[in-house]
Write a protein that binds this ligand. Structure first.
Ligand code: ADP
Ligand code: MG
Ligand code: MG
Length: 888
């Protein structure tokens, strides 16, 4: 026999908080509160598995379950001294859903079940209050007709409003018993008219109707969507709680309310909540009347003239306060509570860990750790790393009015305000003039880098979460909304066109990269706060962390930002980004367009001092911390002009014939540049480029060491290696340059040469490649691209469809594909370390800042993760959590 039903009440329960999977969150916590001896109306919980069985069996309730529910109700009858369906002392029930994970809005609860034309009389007689009984009956009819029979509650609201209007009443509480009786007759009539059936009078029928509706609500579209969004498996099912009613609508010594044991938006340690006198169920949140504050302090703070619970019902308040402390201590977390007071007696109806803002989460975790309620490790694991994003960027003041003109993807968090500009040149110009701008483009390309840097925020109409704009903006820590399809850019006329509104260049907009909203005008913001609770949590995280956290940075501003966020070195400096800046791009173009090696060396000689000073500055900012520099990676034609206009401009600057330039650009064209002449292939074709870069690195190291007194150990990284012989060739060039610089400067330079692992072949041949490498860095962006054979730049076109159709669960460019790409990483790590014990291993793709991927890196034994500056705190926290969880 399966045990389908677990009972609770009378100071004991068959289940407990540990039975969440079986009883759902609500059921498990009701049982736990009973076990703690708290006042909970008796009840029973039908286990979650019954929900799945209900669907498997063609929506038939098994007899075994029926019998067990009957037995459970008998227990409740014994405890309450009332009988379900009785016409003398009727027991009324609430029927409540409750899955493992809380799923707001899945199903509305049915209250006051068991009432009919006869029991309502008995209830009124029993309580000595006819108004209360009829108020309960009308509530029951409304809820049951809505939830079980599918008749929209609006119908009843209308009737009620009409009647109130007719009677000249403001509040429901003014309606008398006789008047409710009349309203109920109208309710019953509308049900018959609309549904062609009468409201069921048999309590048994009502009960199974409600239980069936809870099961059915598991499959309603709202619930399905919610599960999709939150990765909740359909197989879990929902439990059903059937509980004896207690009544908050039994006159002025009765009330119902909700509360948090701490303030859920600030985290402050103060009881926070609302209640209504003479009300039931969701009246508080439904906004029927203005709720009252629970504490006197909150009442004073809010300036309310309605008495607090503390003043109005001091005894119940005191007991409630004691229970709050008890529950919080028991669960060692802030609780979200529901309660009802029936004629002065307090009843607890729900407790669960309360949802909170990121700021409150920090505050609560720190307070509880400092009070030794939890350990510092527990405090660290309480914070969702991704939520830190909210704290590291300016955010729109939640109290501000939002005038939304469009929306796209929340591509890079934080909010920004500025004038609209449509070109990168204008963004750069505006920055020089000290004006703040939002760069608005259809989409961005590598040439926009300088404009993106100069802008406060970026808005594109096209492109996904891994589009150029999104990736670069996240890297720079600049807010970005991408793919705002309901906005249109008319670049020629310099207009941004929204539904019913056209904005021009210079108009002010605000973008919210955390929600994807685009708003008109300037909106008040809240500034990030990095000390205080944040600082404490990060310090505790650092103490438990094993992996190092580095940053991906090439500009001094990024490197400094990353240091302030606690980066412990640079894991990836993409040197190509340094060649797009200002005048350099022209020298770079000159080098690419040179006819022969001699010509290239002339241009490279001009680039050398620029590179050297870049590196020297990075070394000095990082002050002795490791800096990994990647040799030039992208195909050369990325630096060349494309359109006729650009070709005309560039040929003028370089003093070339436009036709000749066009020819050279065409000659460099590749059909598939991602798999083309790039990475170490460039260094092999044009070793002089690698030599120049190596020289710049070594000379900068000498310079920085002299200046700061902190020795620099540069780590030079060779990209896109598939063969050991490729690495050997490039490494020989680097070693030769090192020798020269050491000879010239008379200073011994320590350095490492390693490689990116971003091709499946490199991962498989890691044991051989490790013979020549001092370190591996997993370039998971390219490794994902090459493993899947999916072009990162074209993926947006079909990956979304894949996700919608359930072909893939998540975008593998955002969250590491553990099964495939992950296995290659494991293979490479294991084979590489077999050859070279202690081979340094790191990750530098976008995944380096993704908490789930970081957990994988910890499990694989990597030495460090490297991510964009603004993700450094997230990575520090996620790495600490992974280490703490790994400890067991
Ligand atoms: P939700 O999951 O939507 O919060 P609940 O099952 O918690 O739904 O029910 C909502 C409200 O209904 C509760 O907060 C409480 O006010 C009321 N309620 C539920 N069960 C009872 C009961 N046994 N007696 C009185 N009120 C109840
Ligand atoms: Mg609830
Ligand atoms: Mg790469």
């Amino acid at each position: 026999m399966t045990k389908w039903v677990y009972t609770f009440g009378g100071g004991e329960a068959e289940g407990s908080a540990g039975d969440r999977d079986l009883l759902g969150g609500k059921g498990a916590n009701l049982a736990e509160m009973c076990n703690l001896g708290l006042p909970v109306p008796p009840g029973l919980t039908i286990i979650t598995e019954a929900c799945a069985r209900y669907y498997d069996d063609g929506r038939v309730i098994p007899d075994e379950l029926k019998a067990q529910v009957k037995a459970g109700i008998e227990k409740m009858q014994a405890i309450t001294d009332r009988i379900f369906g009785d016409t003398q002392h009727p027991l009324l029930l609430s029927v409540r859903s409750g899955a493992r994970a809380s799923m707001p809005g899945m199903m509305d609860t049915v209250l006051n079940l068991g009432l009919n034309d006869h029991t309502v009389q008995a209830l009124g007689h029993d309580a000595g209050d006819a108004r209360f009984a009829w108020d309960s009956y009308r509530r029951f009819i409304q809820m049951y007709a809505d939830v079980v029979m599918g008749l929209d509650h609006e119908v009843f609201e209308e009737i009620l409003e009409d009647e109130k209007g007719r009677l000249g009443y403001e509040n429901d509480t003014e309606i008398s018993a006789v008047e409710w009786q009349h309203i109920i007759s109208l309710y019953k009539r509308v049900i018959e008219e609309e549904l062609g059936e009468a409201f069921p009078q048999d309590p048994e029928v009502q009960l199974w109707g409600a239980i069936g509706a809870v099961f059915a609500s598991w499959m309603n579209p709202r619930a399905i969507t919610y599960r999709h969004l939150h990765n909740i498996p359909a197989a879990w099912g929902t439990a059903v709680n059937v509980q004896a009613m207690v009544f908050g609508n039994l006159g002025n010594t009765s009330a119902t309310g909700v509360a948090f044991t701490r303030n859920p938006s600030t985290g402050e340690n103060e009881l926070y909540g609302e209640f209504l006198v003479n009300a039931q169920g969701e009246d508080v949140v439904a906004g029927i009347r203005t709720p009252q504050n629970i504490t006197e302090a909150a009442r004073i703070a809010s300036g309310s003239d309605k008495p607090s619970l503390e003043k109005l019902m001091p005894e119940a308040f005191e007991e409630f306060q004691r229970i709050c402390a008890r529950l919080e201590g028991h669960y060692r977390d802030m609780q979200d509570l529901e309660f009802t007071i029936e004629r002065g007696t307090l009843w607890m109806l729900q407790t669960r860990s309360g949802k909170r803002t990121a700021k409150a989460a920090l505050r609560i975790a720190v307070d509880m750790a400092e009070a030794r309620t939890i350990t510092t490790d527990q405090a660290v694991t309480r914070i969702d790393p991704a939520s830190l994003d909210q704290l590291l960027h300016p955010t729109i003041d939640p109290r501000a009015r939002r005038d939304i003109i469009g929306s796209g993807l929340p591509a890079s968090p934080g909010a920004a305000t500025g004038e609209i500009v449509f070109t990168s040149e204008e963004a750069v110009l505006a920055e020089k003039e000290g004006r703040k701008v939002i760069l608005v483009r259809v989409e961005t390309s590598p040439e926009d880098i300088h404009g993106m840097h100069a802008a406060e925020g970026i808005l594109t109409c096209r492109g996904g979460m891994t589009s150029h704009a999104a990736v670069v903006a996240r890297g720079m820590g600049i807010p970005c909304v991408s793919g705002a399809g309901n906005l249109r850019v008319d670049a020629r006329n310099e207009l941004l066109i929204a539904a019913g509104m056209t904005l021009k260049k210079g108009d002010i907009i605000t973008i919210d990269g955390s929600s994807g909203q685009v708003l008109k005008g300037e909106i008040p913001m809240l500034q990030p706060e990095l000390s205080g609770d944040f600082g404490k949590i990060m310090a505790w995280a650092d103490a438990s962390r094993r992996m190092t956290v580095r940053t991906n940075a090439e500009t001094p501003a990024d490197a400094r930002a990353a240091r302030s966020f606690g980066a412990e070195g640079i894991g990836l400096c993409r040197t190509e980004h340094m060649f797009f800046e200002g005048e350099r791009i022209n020298v770079m173009r000159e080098m690419i367009l040179a006819a022969d090696e001699a010509g290239r060396r002339v241009s490279l000689a001009k680039l050398l001092p620029m590179q050297r000073s870049d590196f020297a500055e990075l070394f000095s900012i990082m002050h002795g911390l490791p800096v990994t520099i990647r040799l030039l990676d992208p195909p050369l034609h990325e630096f060349l002009p494309k359109t006729d206009g650009e070709i005309a401009d560039v040929s003028a600057v370089l003093g070339m014939n436009p036709a000749e330039l066009r020819q050279r650009v065409d000659a460099l064209h590749e059909f598939n540049p991602m798999l083309g002449h790039r990475g170490c292939r460039l260094a092999i074709s044009y070793p002089e480029i690698a030599e120049m870069q190596a020289r710049a690195i070594f000379e900068a190291a000498v310079e920085a060491a002299r200046e700061t007194g902190a020795p620099v150990v540069p780590e030079i990284m060779v990209p896109l290696v598939g063969l050991k012989s490729e690495l050997d060739y490039v490494k020989a060039c680097i070693d030769a340059v090192a020798k020269e610089v050491i000879g010239e400067s008379g200073i011994e330079i320590e350095y490492l040469v390693g490689t990116m692992i971003e091709l499946p072949r490199a991962a498989l041949r890691a044991h051989v490649i490790a013979e020549s490498a001092d370190f591996f860095s997993f370039g998971t962006n390219d490794l994902t691209q090459t493993t899947f054979g999916i072009s990162r730049d074209d993926a947006a076109q079909f990956l979304n469809t894949y996700i919608q159709k359930g072909i893939v669960e998540k975008d593998p460019f955002v969250s590491l594909d553990f099964d495939g790409v992950g296995e290659l990483i494991q293979i490479a790590a294991e084979r590489g370390r077999r050859t070279k014990n202690g081979l340094k291993l790191g990750i530098c793709g976008e995944h380096g800042g993704d908490p789930a991927s970081i957990r994988f890196c910890e499990e694989t034994g990597l030495d460090y993760v490297s991510c964009s500056p603004f993700r450094v705190p997230i990575a520090r926290l996620a790495a600490a959590q992974a280490a703490i969880n790994g400890k067991g």
